[in-house]
Design a protein around this ligand. Structure first.
Ligand code: C5P
Length: 408
């Protein structure tokens, strides 16, 4: 199962040096399962050849509104009717202005104007020099395009081909791919604020040593991504892991359970949903040393003693906002046996409406897993799948349950 299976994307290229990135984007869309029909303006063909785009998309490229390969000679109608979305990448400042005015003097602009506006969304990835991007005319056009229903995917910032540095670069192909995939996900959590904890914690013994666990953080990061794709505003409090931050998610890096607790307490007041996937250390060394503990040659080992860490989830679940239904709390439980009974008992002990059980040793570090959702009504199985697919299903379950509880 690929993220864009069954989707047909018309990829429009307009004149700009970012056309070189469109080649990679085309490949990525296809790898993600989409079929891609490329349409290029005359200016785009100055930057990259139609042959390149034809070879990558495995389809002849369209460039002229007078293309007699179409039996009815109406490429603008035929191409736009087949599309699940039209993506203009790169979209030049000039092409933005054309779209805005409903100009239709070449195939691509004609096709955008002729598209069924309700069923064929238009996504735009602008690319231009920073002065052109900042110009009031471009910013005005951008606002109007958005008001007209187009989705403007934003721009990157940094070194530009012209030698200047600033805003206006086209987003990177992998960022655009993410945005296209996210665009097609149902907006089940639109406007909701979601807080997720993920990864292990690290509890210091001395400045160079500590105890931690094998949690990879992958499930929590997948949940943060799925919530963002579903339209939520997401904050991810991450223990020490080396995973990339999901696009559009605000990340706070923490180390110990106490750091995590502090970050959560600061954020949870602003959240509607709290999903605790972190594998928080149960104990921490009672007296971490200020300096590295040295071997003294006597053969004696340091006598470590431990204190229990705060239970972040149980504490949050006891807060007034959670108890009066303004904050929906979800816990995770990694068990090694009797998943259902253990998960149900843990749900009650932690005082959360929904607890997600999984078999611990089978999930740590893996890319796929299976989940068992336990709530007051009973259990729901989510069969084995990639962590991202599981996360999307879990987000749908959370959306249903929070709606039933009357969250907006
Ligand atoms: O008690 P146990 O560690 O099995 O509970 C797991 C759930 O509780 C997870 O959702 C985990 O993120 C959360 N938890 C927590 N703070 C702790 C321990 C667990 O938030 N100190």
């Amino acid at each position: 199962m690929n993220d864009l299976d069954g989707k047909h994307i018309v990829l429009g290229l307009t004149g700009g040096i970012a056309c070189y990135k469109a080649a990679e984007l085309c490949r990525s869309l296809i790898k993600a399962g989409a079929t891609v029909q490329v349409v290029m303006t005359e200016a785009a063909a100055q930057f990259i050849t139609p042959v390149t785009m034809q070879a990558l998309s495995n389809r002849p490229v369209y460039g002229s509104q007078w293309d007699d390969r179409e039996p009815n000679n109406m490429a603008h109608i035929n191409l736009s009717r087949e599309a699940d979305a039209i993506l203009i990448a790169p979209c030049s400042a000039d092409f933005m202005a054309k779209l805005l005015h409903g100009r239709a003097d070449d195939l691509l602009s004609l096709m955008c104007l002729a598209r069924p506006i309700e069923s064929v969304p238009l996504l735009v990835a602008p690319a231009m020099n920073r002065e052109m991007w900042a110009h009031p005319a471009t910013q005005r056009n951008l606002a109007q395009l958005t008001a007209d229903g187009a989705t403007v995917l934003g721009v990157g910032s940094g070194f530009q081909a012209c030698g200047e540095t600033g805003d206006g670069r086209m987003l990177e192909p992998e960022e655009l791919l993410h945005d296209v995939i996210a665009f097609f996900q149902p907006k089940l959590l639109a406007g909701r604020r979601v807080l997720v904890t993920a990864g292990p914690t690290y509890e210091a013994i001395d400045p160079v040593r500590g105890i931690t666990n094998l949690s990879s953080g992958k499930m929590g990061f997948a949940i943060a991504r799925a919530a963002q794709e579903a339209g939520a505003q997401v904050t991810l409090v991450a223990g020490p892991v080396s995973l990339p931050t999901p696009r559009g998610v605000t990340r706070m890096d923490v180390r110990s359970a106490q750091d995590m607790l502090q970050a959560v307490q600061a954020q949870v007041q602003l959240s509607d949903i709290f999903v605790a996937t972190a594998a928080v250390a149960d104990w921490r060394p009672a007296n971490p040393a200020d300096q590295k503990i040295k071997k003294d040659g006597s053969g004696n080992t340091p006598g470590l003693s431990f204190v229990e860490n705060p239970d972040i989830l149980a504490g949050v679940a006891q807060s007034a906002r959670a108890r009066n239904g303004e904050l929906f709390c979800v816990g995770f439980a990694a068990e090694s046996q009797d998943l259902q009974a253990n998960a149900q008992a843990k749900r009650e002990r932690k005082g959360v409406p929904l607890l997600v059980g999984n078999i611990g040793p089978a999930t740590f570090g893996q890319d796929d897993n299976a989940l068992l959702l336990v709530d007051a009504q009973g259990v729901t199985d989510i069969p084995r799948a990639s962590k991202l697919e599981l996360a999307r299903k879990l987000i749908a379950e959370i959306a249903t349950r929070t709606r039933a509880k009357g969250q907006k």
